[in-house]
Design a protein around this ligand. Structure first.
Ligand SMILES: [Zn+2]
Length: 126
């Protein structure tokens, strides 16, 4: 690995976000290259001192948590005032259409007779 690629991976290396092979290569390079070692130590110092800076307030932490929770598990959107009647209207229309189709199939020519008497009348009438 070149010094430029090492520089780019030092943050991931410090945060343990590199795979085992990359980590071994970076460690080997840091042992050989004083310039990269110096960069790494400066970066490490900056990251560690940054963590001792004043922390965000509890209120802003709570807002951030709420925002993340809302993003991950959004609350179901309530129905609009017009959506429920529209849905019932469509369901009723679909039911009526299904009933009409069923009735036309059941009462048309070639339909099964409703009673035995009707069957005799149809079958044996001259
Ligand atoms: Zn180097």
């Amino acid at each position: 690995m070149t010094c430029e690629t090492i520089e780019l991976t030092l943050v991931d290396f410090q945060l343990a976000a590199v795979d085992e092979e990359t980590r071994a290569r970076i460690e080997a390079h840091l042992l050989e290259c004083p310039q990269c070692l110096k960069s790494y130590l400066a970066l490490k110092r900056n990251l560690e001192t940054a963590e001792s800076e004043p922390a965000p307030s509890p209120a802003s932490r709570a807002r951030l948590r709420a925002a993340v929770a809302e993003y991950l598990h959004p609350a179901p959107k309530p129905w609009g005032w017009w959506e429920r009647p529209l849905a019932f209207g469509f369901a009723t229309a679909a039911l009526v259409v299904a009933l009409l189709i069923t009735q036309s199939i059941a009462s048309g020519p070639g339909a099964a007779p409703r009673t035995l008497a009707g069957a005799q009348h149809r079958t044996f009438s001259p």
